[in-house]
Design a protein around this ligand. Sequence first.
Ligand code: ZN
Ligand code: ZN
Length: 373
Amino acid sequence: MTAPHHPPVADLADRLARARMAARAAEVDALLITPGPDLRYLTGYDAIPLERLTCLVLPAAADPVIVVPGLEKAAAVASPIGGLGLEILSWGETEDPYALVASLLPTHAVAGLDNHMWAEKVLRLRAAMPAAEQVLAGTVLRELRIRKAPDEVEALRRAGAAIDRVHARVPGWLRAGRTERQVGKDIAEAIIAEGHVRVDFVIVGSGPNGASPHHELSDRVIEQGDPVVVDIGGTMPDGYCSDETRTYSVGKPPAEFVDYYTVLQAAQAAACEHVRPGVTAESVDSAARDIIAAAGYGEYFVHRTGHGIGLETHEEPYIVTGNTELLEPGMAFSVEPGIYLPGRHGARIEDILVCGETDGERVNLRPRDLVIV
Ligand code: ZN
Ligand code: ZN
Protein backbone atom coordinates (compact mmCIF):
# COMPACT_ATOMS: atom_id res chain seq x y z
CA MET A 1 0.00 0.00 0.00
CA THR A 2 1.44 3.33 -1.02
CA ALA A 3 0.50 6.43 0.93
CA PRO A 4 -0.45 9.49 -1.09
CA HIS A 5 2.39 11.93 -1.59
CA HIS A 6 0.11 14.97 -1.43
CA PRO A 7 -2.90 15.86 0.66
CA PRO A 8 -6.21 15.93 -1.26
CA VAL A 9 -6.71 19.14 -3.23
CA ALA A 10 -9.72 20.01 -1.03
CA ASP A 11 -7.46 19.94 2.05
CA LEU A 12 -4.90 22.19 0.36
CA ALA A 13 -7.62 24.63 -0.66
CA ASP A 14 -8.75 24.68 2.96
CA ARG A 15 -5.20 25.39 4.15
CA LEU A 16 -4.89 28.27 1.67
CA ALA A 17 -8.21 29.69 2.86
CA ARG A 18 -7.21 29.40 6.52
CA ALA A 19 -3.82 30.98 5.82
CA ARG A 20 -5.56 33.94 4.18
CA MET A 21 -7.87 34.34 7.16
CA ALA A 22 -4.93 34.14 9.56
CA ALA A 23 -3.05 36.74 7.49
CA ARG A 24 -6.03 39.05 7.58
CA ALA A 25 -6.35 38.62 11.34
CA ALA A 26 -2.66 39.46 11.71
CA GLU A 27 -3.04 42.52 9.44
CA VAL A 28 -0.65 41.07 6.90
CA ASP A 29 -1.64 42.05 3.34
CA ALA A 30 -0.03 39.09 1.62
CA LEU A 31 2.09 36.06 2.33
CA LEU A 32 5.06 35.55 0.00
CA ILE A 33 6.15 31.92 0.08
CA THR A 34 9.21 30.53 -1.74
CA PRO A 35 10.06 26.80 -2.10
CA GLY A 36 10.27 24.98 1.21
CA PRO A 37 8.02 23.45 3.85
CA ASP A 38 5.54 26.35 3.92
CA LEU A 39 4.98 26.14 0.16
CA ARG A 40 4.57 22.39 0.38
CA TYR A 41 2.17 22.72 3.30
CA LEU A 42 -0.02 25.27 1.52
CA THR A 43 0.01 23.92 -2.03
CA GLY A 44 1.54 20.43 -2.05
CA TYR A 45 4.18 21.79 -4.47
CA ASP A 46 7.59 20.38 -3.52
CA ALA A 47 9.45 22.91 -5.64
CA ILE A 48 13.21 22.76 -5.99
CA PRO A 49 14.84 25.76 -4.30
CA LEU A 50 16.64 27.66 -7.06
CA GLU A 51 18.22 31.06 -7.50
CA ARG A 52 15.36 31.78 -9.94
CA LEU A 53 12.33 33.08 -8.07
CA THR A 54 9.35 30.84 -7.45
CA CYS A 55 6.94 32.62 -5.11
CA LEU A 56 3.39 31.99 -4.00
CA VAL A 57 1.67 35.34 -3.51
CA LEU A 58 -1.24 34.80 -1.14
CA PRO A 59 -3.05 38.10 -0.60
CA ALA A 60 -5.35 38.37 2.40
CA ALA A 61 -8.10 39.81 0.21
CA ALA A 62 -7.62 38.42 -3.29
CA ASP A 63 -6.97 35.14 -5.07
CA PRO A 64 -3.54 33.53 -4.75
CA VAL A 65 -1.08 33.58 -7.63
CA ILE A 66 2.15 31.67 -8.04
CA VAL A 67 5.05 33.29 -9.84
CA VAL A 68 7.33 30.68 -11.42
CA PRO A 69 10.26 30.69 -13.83
CA GLY A 70 9.08 29.69 -17.31
CA LEU A 71 11.15 26.55 -17.26
CA GLU A 72 9.50 25.43 -13.99
CA LYS A 73 5.95 25.99 -15.21
CA ALA A 74 5.41 22.39 -16.32
CA ALA A 75 6.57 21.13 -12.92
CA ALA A 76 4.21 23.53 -11.16
CA VAL A 77 1.26 22.47 -13.31
CA ALA A 78 2.07 18.81 -12.68
CA SER A 79 2.06 19.42 -8.90
CA PRO A 80 -1.17 19.85 -6.88
CA ILE A 81 -0.98 23.52 -7.93
CA GLY A 82 -2.55 22.42 -11.23
CA GLY A 83 -5.48 20.75 -9.48
CA LEU A 84 -5.92 23.72 -7.15
CA GLY A 85 -6.55 25.96 -10.14
CA LEU A 86 -4.08 28.55 -8.87
CA GLU A 87 -3.21 31.25 -11.37
CA ILE A 88 0.36 30.65 -12.58
CA LEU A 89 2.37 33.65 -13.75
CA SER A 90 5.55 32.53 -15.46
CA TRP A 91 8.44 34.80 -16.20
CA GLY A 92 11.04 34.65 -18.95
CA GLU A 93 14.78 34.55 -18.41
CA THR A 94 15.22 38.27 -19.08
CA GLU A 95 12.25 39.47 -17.04
CA ASP A 96 12.35 40.71 -13.45
CA PRO A 97 10.24 38.39 -11.28
CA TYR A 98 10.60 40.68 -8.25
CA ALA A 99 8.91 43.51 -10.16
CA LEU A 100 6.22 41.01 -11.12
CA VAL A 101 5.60 40.14 -7.45
CA ALA A 102 5.62 43.84 -6.51
CA SER A 103 2.99 44.55 -9.18
CA LEU A 104 0.61 42.19 -7.38
CA LEU A 105 0.73 44.07 -4.06
CA PRO A 106 -0.20 47.55 -2.89
CA THR A 107 2.75 49.94 -2.55
CA HIS A 108 2.56 50.06 1.24
CA ALA A 109 1.78 46.39 1.75
CA VAL A 110 2.70 44.47 4.86
CA ALA A 111 4.31 41.40 3.27
CA GLY A 112 4.78 38.18 5.24
CA LEU A 113 7.91 36.41 3.95
CA ASP A 114 8.37 32.72 4.63
CA ASN A 115 10.87 32.16 7.43
CA HIS A 116 13.30 30.24 5.23
CA MET A 117 13.38 32.65 2.29
CA TRP A 118 16.93 33.16 1.04
CA ALA A 119 18.42 36.50 2.06
CA GLU A 120 19.11 37.45 -1.55
CA LYS A 121 15.39 37.09 -2.32
CA VAL A 122 14.38 39.03 0.80
CA LEU A 123 16.66 41.89 -0.22
CA ARG A 124 15.57 41.89 -3.85
CA LEU A 125 11.92 41.97 -2.76
CA ARG A 126 12.75 44.88 -0.49
CA ALA A 127 14.40 46.70 -3.40
CA ALA A 128 11.37 46.02 -5.62
CA MET A 129 8.92 47.16 -2.92
CA PRO A 130 10.75 49.87 -0.96
CA ALA A 131 7.58 51.12 0.75
CA ALA A 132 6.39 47.69 1.84
CA GLU A 133 6.93 46.36 5.35
CA GLN A 134 8.51 42.91 5.55
CA VAL A 135 7.42 40.63 8.39
CA LEU A 136 7.76 36.90 8.99
CA ALA A 137 5.05 34.69 7.53
CA GLY A 138 5.90 32.16 10.22
CA THR A 139 4.02 34.10 12.86
CA VAL A 140 0.88 33.63 10.72
CA LEU A 141 1.49 30.09 9.48
CA ARG A 142 2.60 28.65 12.81
CA GLU A 143 -1.02 28.67 13.96
CA LEU A 144 -1.87 26.31 11.14
CA ARG A 145 1.20 24.12 11.06
CA ILE A 146 1.62 23.62 14.81
CA ARG A 147 -1.60 21.59 15.09
CA LYS A 148 -1.45 18.56 12.86
CA ALA A 149 -4.61 17.43 11.10
CA PRO A 150 -5.53 13.73 11.28
CA ASP A 151 -3.90 12.98 7.91
CA GLU A 152 -0.68 14.64 9.11
CA VAL A 153 -0.74 12.58 12.31
CA GLU A 154 -1.14 9.50 10.12
CA ALA A 155 1.89 10.64 8.09
CA LEU A 156 3.92 10.99 11.30
CA ARG A 157 2.86 7.47 12.34
CA ARG A 158 4.10 6.12 9.01
CA ALA A 159 7.40 7.99 9.45
CA GLY A 160 7.68 6.66 13.00
CA ALA A 161 7.08 3.09 11.88
CA ALA A 162 9.66 3.43 9.10
CA ILE A 163 12.40 4.63 11.43
CA ASP A 164 11.39 1.96 13.97
CA ARG A 165 12.11 -0.63 11.27
CA VAL A 166 15.59 0.85 10.82
CA HIS A 167 16.29 0.77 14.57
CA ALA A 168 15.13 -2.84 14.64
CA ARG A 169 18.04 -3.63 12.29
CA VAL A 170 20.71 -1.58 14.10
CA PRO A 171 21.81 -4.34 16.52
CA GLY A 172 22.85 -6.40 13.50
CA TRP A 173 25.33 -3.74 12.41
CA LEU A 174 26.81 -2.69 15.76
CA ARG A 175 29.82 -4.67 16.79
CA ALA A 176 33.32 -4.14 18.12
CA GLY A 177 35.87 -3.55 15.37
CA ARG A 178 33.56 -1.65 13.02
CA THR A 179 33.80 2.13 12.66
CA GLU A 180 30.94 4.54 13.28
CA ARG A 181 31.10 5.45 9.60
CA GLN A 182 30.62 1.84 8.50
CA VAL A 183 27.62 1.46 10.77
CA GLY A 184 26.30 4.82 9.61
CA LYS A 185 26.46 3.74 5.98
CA ASP A 186 24.36 0.65 6.73
CA ILE A 187 21.86 2.80 8.60
CA ALA A 188 21.64 5.39 5.81
CA GLU A 189 20.91 2.69 3.24
CA ALA A 190 18.23 1.23 5.50
CA ILE A 191 16.58 4.63 6.03
CA ILE A 192 15.91 4.71 2.28
CA ALA A 193 15.11 1.00 2.03
CA GLU A 194 12.49 1.31 4.78
CA GLY A 195 10.52 3.96 2.95
CA HIS A 196 12.13 7.38 3.27
CA VAL A 197 13.15 9.39 0.21
CA ARG A 198 15.91 11.30 2.01
CA VAL A 199 18.37 10.65 4.82
CA ASP A 200 18.33 13.74 7.04
CA PHE A 201 20.90 12.73 9.64
CA VAL A 202 22.71 9.71 11.01
CA ILE A 203 24.34 10.01 14.42
CA VAL A 204 26.38 7.09 15.67
CA GLY A 205 28.13 8.28 18.83
CA SER A 206 30.24 5.49 20.28
CA GLY A 207 32.03 5.61 23.62
CA PRO A 208 33.21 9.18 24.35
CA ASN A 209 31.60 10.42 21.12
CA GLY A 210 28.22 9.63 22.67
CA ALA A 211 28.80 12.51 25.07
CA SER A 212 28.54 15.00 22.17
CA PRO A 213 24.82 15.23 21.39
CA HIS A 214 25.27 16.21 17.73
CA HIS A 215 28.31 14.10 16.96
CA GLU A 216 27.56 12.52 13.57
CA LEU A 217 29.98 9.91 12.28
CA SER A 218 33.71 9.40 12.63
CA ASP A 219 36.26 6.73 11.84
CA ARG A 220 36.42 5.75 15.50
CA VAL A 221 36.47 1.98 15.88
CA ILE A 222 33.73 0.74 18.20
CA GLU A 223 35.13 -1.15 21.17
CA GLN A 224 33.74 -3.85 23.40
CA GLY A 225 31.87 -2.24 26.29
CA ASP A 226 31.02 0.96 24.37
CA PRO A 227 27.63 2.56 24.82
CA VAL A 228 26.50 3.87 21.40
CA VAL A 229 23.95 6.65 20.85
CA VAL A 230 22.11 6.15 17.54
CA ASP A 231 19.93 9.11 16.51
CA ILE A 232 18.56 8.87 12.98
CA GLY A 233 15.93 10.40 10.77
CA GLY A 234 14.76 10.96 7.25
CA THR A 235 11.99 12.43 5.13
CA MET A 236 9.13 10.35 3.78
CA PRO A 237 7.71 10.73 0.24
CA ASP A 238 4.89 12.90 1.61
CA GLY A 239 7.43 15.28 3.19
CA TYR A 240 6.93 14.29 6.85
CA CYS A 241 10.02 13.59 8.92
CA SER A 242 11.16 10.86 11.27
CA ASP A 243 13.54 11.23 14.21
CA GLU A 244 14.30 8.55 16.80
CA THR A 245 17.14 7.86 19.21
CA ARG A 246 18.00 4.66 20.95
CA THR A 247 21.14 3.94 22.94
CA TYR A 248 22.81 0.57 22.58
CA SER A 249 25.73 -1.10 24.27
CA VAL A 250 28.27 -3.26 22.50
CA GLY A 251 28.91 -5.86 25.16
CA LYS A 252 28.63 -5.16 28.88
CA PRO A 253 28.61 -1.39 29.54
CA PRO A 254 30.34 0.36 32.48
CA ALA A 255 28.35 0.15 35.74
CA GLU A 256 28.16 3.95 35.98
CA PHE A 257 26.52 4.03 32.54
CA VAL A 258 23.90 1.50 33.56
CA ASP A 259 23.08 3.65 36.60
CA TYR A 260 22.38 6.81 34.66
CA TYR A 261 20.68 4.99 31.79
CA THR A 262 18.08 3.82 34.31
CA VAL A 263 17.59 7.42 35.45
CA LEU A 264 17.30 8.59 31.85
CA GLN A 265 14.74 5.94 30.99
CA ALA A 266 12.59 6.99 33.95
CA ALA A 267 12.92 10.65 32.98
CA GLN A 268 11.93 10.04 29.36
CA ALA A 269 8.94 7.94 30.42
CA ALA A 270 7.81 10.57 32.93
CA ALA A 271 7.96 13.33 30.32
CA CYS A 272 6.01 11.23 27.81
CA GLU A 273 3.38 10.45 30.44
CA HIS A 274 3.10 14.12 31.31
CA VAL A 275 1.97 15.02 27.78
CA ARG A 276 -1.70 16.05 27.55
CA PRO A 277 -3.70 19.06 26.40
CA GLY A 278 -3.46 22.09 28.67
CA VAL A 279 -0.02 21.55 30.14
CA THR A 280 2.77 23.91 29.15
CA ALA A 281 5.53 22.86 26.77
CA GLU A 282 8.07 23.76 29.45
CA SER A 283 6.42 21.45 31.98
CA VAL A 284 7.22 18.48 29.73
CA ASP A 285 10.85 19.58 29.85
CA SER A 286 10.68 19.84 33.66
CA ALA A 287 9.09 16.41 33.98
CA ALA A 288 12.25 14.90 32.50
CA ARG A 289 14.77 17.38 33.90
CA ASP A 290 13.60 17.15 37.52
CA ILE A 291 14.21 13.40 37.61
CA ILE A 292 17.65 13.72 36.04
CA ALA A 293 18.59 16.57 38.39
CA ALA A 294 17.33 14.71 41.47
CA ALA A 295 19.64 11.82 40.59
CA GLY A 296 22.59 14.23 40.42
CA TYR A 297 22.99 14.36 36.65
CA GLY A 298 21.33 17.75 36.02
CA GLU A 299 24.49 19.41 34.74
CA TYR A 300 24.93 16.64 32.18
CA PHE A 301 21.55 17.19 30.50
CA VAL A 302 22.75 19.99 28.27
CA HIS A 303 19.90 20.55 25.81
CA ARG A 304 16.17 21.16 25.72
CA THR A 305 13.90 18.14 25.96
CA GLY A 306 12.43 18.36 22.48
CA HIS A 307 11.34 20.08 19.31
CA GLY A 308 8.24 20.04 17.15
CA ILE A 309 8.29 17.93 14.01
CA GLY A 310 6.26 17.68 10.82
CA LEU A 311 7.34 18.82 7.37
CA GLU A 312 10.53 19.96 9.12
CA THR A 313 12.55 17.95 11.63
CA HIS A 314 12.77 20.97 13.90
CA GLU A 315 9.76 23.25 14.10
CA GLU A 316 7.42 24.57 16.78
CA PRO A 317 6.57 23.80 19.52
CA TYR A 318 9.92 23.66 21.31
CA ILE A 319 9.89 21.70 24.56
CA VAL A 320 12.09 24.02 26.56
CA THR A 321 12.13 26.06 29.75
CA GLY A 322 10.49 29.40 29.03
CA ASN A 323 7.98 28.08 26.51
CA THR A 324 4.69 28.55 28.34
CA GLU A 325 2.56 27.65 25.32
CA LEU A 326 -0.15 25.17 26.23
CA LEU A 327 -0.14 21.83 24.45
CA GLU A 328 -3.15 21.13 22.27
CA PRO A 329 -4.36 18.07 20.40
CA GLY A 330 -2.42 17.67 17.17
CA MET A 331 0.85 19.14 18.38
CA ALA A 332 3.73 16.80 17.53
CA PHE A 333 7.19 16.92 19.08
CA SER A 334 10.11 14.90 20.34
CA VAL A 335 10.79 13.93 23.94
CA GLU A 336 14.52 13.28 24.00
CA PRO A 337 16.31 13.84 27.27
CA GLY A 338 19.97 12.87 27.40
CA ILE A 339 22.80 12.51 29.88
CA TYR A 340 26.32 13.18 28.62
CA LEU A 341 29.52 12.61 30.59
CA PRO A 342 32.26 14.47 28.70
CA GLY A 343 35.13 12.27 27.62
CA ARG A 344 33.38 9.10 28.75
CA HIS A 345 30.01 8.26 27.22
CA GLY A 346 26.44 9.43 26.93
CA ALA A 347 22.88 8.31 26.41
CA ARG A 348 19.73 9.68 24.87
CA ILE A 349 16.25 8.21 24.36
CA GLU A 350 13.98 9.92 21.86
CA ASP A 351 10.43 9.34 20.74
CA ILE A 352 8.10 11.51 18.68
CA LEU A 353 4.76 12.11 20.38
CA VAL A 354 1.50 13.55 19.17
CA CYS A 355 -0.67 15.23 21.77
CA GLY A 356 -4.10 13.62 21.65
CA GLU A 357 -7.38 14.49 23.38
CA THR A 358 -6.30 13.04 26.74
CA ASP A 359 -2.64 12.07 26.51
CA GLY A 360 0.35 11.77 24.24
CA GLU A 361 0.68 9.08 21.59
CA ARG A 362 4.15 7.84 20.79
CA VAL A 363 4.73 7.16 17.10
CA ASN A 364 8.01 5.37 17.88
CA LEU A 365 7.47 2.03 19.53
CA ARG A 366 10.89 0.37 19.74
CA PRO A 367 11.77 -0.87 23.24
CA ARG A 368 13.52 1.70 25.40
CA ASP A 369 15.39 -0.70 27.63
CA LEU A 370 19.12 -0.69 27.04
CA VAL A 371 19.85 -3.08 24.18
CA ILE A 372 23.09 -4.96 24.70
CA VAL A 373 24.34 -6.34 21.40
ZN1 ZN B 1 16.94 12.83 17.03
ZN1 ZN C 1 15.04 15.14 17.73
